[in-house]
Ligand binder design. Structure first.
Ligand code: G6P
Length: 489
């Protein structure tokens, strides 16, 4: 375990969101895998966490603290400091609903069909200048303020919401150690060229203001090193995995994030999960294929249903004996592309069900809601877990579910998910666009002898137990401590 140290963690979504219920203020856990992972930092280090005020009550909390950081206690009793950045509503909307998600997320997951989208009109340029830039500035101001309180602290930025903030901090304070972790894929240079020159330059320049930039896999790191060279003329050193830029060296790391196995051991035994499991057990067919995702176009849910349809077409002997349980958490619904994607999911599952359902059997059990205990109950109970993302930075479901599975379930895993670089040998690999291949993988998985299933599952489990979240965090801090060397060339 790395020694205790002072860290300023910066992410758009914070560890808690406040709400008011029956007149009382309550703190809810912030959603998403990233926040869950970072929360354990709080346990072992002196953390000040800077995040956007998301709710009305967050704003009230921020105001009571005079806009400064304040002491908070995590559920496990550990102390940390929290600071909310309060943004102008309109600027935040442009930042989140125009730039960060439908533009940067789409570019980084290759989600555009370039013959028709995007059309980068005044709306994007405006949202960049009046949304993304000022929100990043507000984050940077908060970081600088916290650094002035504690000049020795290191700053750890997260994700695509905050590409410009490191540059703004660096301009104000040249000394502090800055690191940034990008939790999503990094696409190849040419795809970045969809964005206007000044925007793609600012993104690369902002990231290169850090001392360390981290990705989940060597594949995303390689793409970044190439695009940094192409877009801003940085000088990659492929032997040392670093980049020379403006007289500084920036270390580029590749380290896949992980989960805390003990948290899942506990969850699996919790009352909420056991209760959800009892509901599942009622009327369970012989075989269950599970998928657990946000309703995000990158998750490839529609093609997954199509693959299941092809499987059912080829295997009438499995009708009434198998169900695909799709537990989908609604996500980013203020963005039209996301709202439309839910429509596509509903249509496709209805189409497949209309075609095959009979005598009380409905092949796709689609549930769109945010119910984590239900997801963990499904993790325990799957025969096949389908993760067929178009592209995915890592995919934590592929690590979480095998940890608690009780049926020697088989993982079908997209070759474009970051987790594939670690778990690919023990999963059935699929090309996310090849629905015929996915149908065949479903067949292989459902047909696989028990002994082989067990060997594969056990191998995944021991990998994840050994390469757990604690190890990832230690790795991040070591990279942050690495001595900067002079630039070569
Ligand atoms: C996923 C990604 C994270 C990202 C998060 C944001 O979990 O893997 O990298 O930060 O989404 O989600 P949000 O709900 O805040 O838009």
């Amino acid at each position: 375990m790395a020694e205790r140290r002072r860290l300023i963690v910066v992410s758009n979504r914070g560890p808690v969101a406040y709400a008011r219920e029956r007149g009382e203020r309550i703190a809810r856990r912030g959603g998403g895998g990233l926040v869950t992972a970072l929360r354990s930092l709080v346990l072992h280090h002196d953390v000040t966490w800077i995040a956007s005020a998301m709710t009305f009550e967050d704003r009230a909390v921020a105001e009571e603290a005079g806009g400064e950081s304040f002491a908070e206690t995590a559920r496990d009793g550990s102390e940390y400091r929290l600071r909310f950045v309060v943004h102008d509503d309109q600027a935040y909307d442009w930042f989140y609903n125009v730039v960060a998600n439908p533009t940067l997320w789409f570019i980084q997951h290759y989600l555009w069909d370039l013959k028709t989208a995007p059309s980068l009109d005044h709306g994007l340029h405006h949202a960049w200048a009046e949304g993304y830039v000022p929100v990043n500035h507000a984050f940077a101001d908060a970081v600088v303020d916290e650094l002035d309180r504690d000049p020795g602290a290191a700053v750890f930025f997260h994700d695509y919401h905050l590409y410009l903030a490191p540059r703004f901090v660096r301009e104000a304070r040249p000394e502090p150690r800055l690191a940034h972790f990008v939790h999503i894929p990094w696409p190849q240079t040419d795809y970045w060229h969809v964005l206007p020159l000044e925007i793609r330059r600012a993104i690369h320049d902002g990231l290169l203001a850090n001392d360390v930039v981290g990705f989940h896999t060597p594949r995303w790191r390689r793409n970044f090193m190439r695009s940094a060279e192409d877009v801003v003329g940085a000088v990659p050193d492929w032997a040392r995995d670093d980049i020379g830029y403006e007289g500084r060296r920036i270390g580029i790391t590749a380290a896949p994030i992980s989960v805390d196995p003990s948290e899942f051991d506990e969850l699996a035994r919790s009352d909420a999960v056991l209760a959800a499991g009892r509901v599942h057990a009622r009327g369970r067919p012989e075989k269950v294929i599970v998928r657990v995702d946000r309703t995000d176009p990158s998750k490839n849910i529609v093609r997954g249903f199509r693959a299941f349809e092809l499987y059912l077409e080829a295997h009438p002997e499995m009708h009434r004996r198998v169900v695909m349980l799709a537990l989908l958490d609604p996500s980013r619904q203020d963005i039209p592309e996301y709202a439309e994607y839910i429509g596509a999911i509903l249509r496709e599952s209805r189409r497949v069900n209309d075609r095959f359902q009979q005598g009380g059997w409905t092949p796709i059990d689609l549930q769109i809601n945010d119910d984590f205990p239900q997801a963990v109950a499904a993790y325990k109970d799957y025969d096949v877990l389908l993760v067929n993302a178009i592209f995915d930075g890592l995919n934590l479901v592929a690590k979480e579910a095998p940890l608690v599975n009780e049926r020697d379930g088989v993982l079908i895993l997209s070759e474009n998910a970051g987790a594939h670089e670690e778990l690919g040998d023990w999963a059935l690999s699929v090309n996310p666009f090849d629905v015929a291949g996915q149908a065949e993988a479903i067949h292989r998985a459902l047909d696989m002898p028990a002994a082989e299933r067990r060997v594969r599952l056990e191998a995944i489990r021991s990998w994840v137990r050994e390469h757990d979240l604690g190890a990832w965090i230690d790795g991040q801090l070591e990279a942050l401590d690495a001595e900067p060397l002079p630039v070569r060339g």
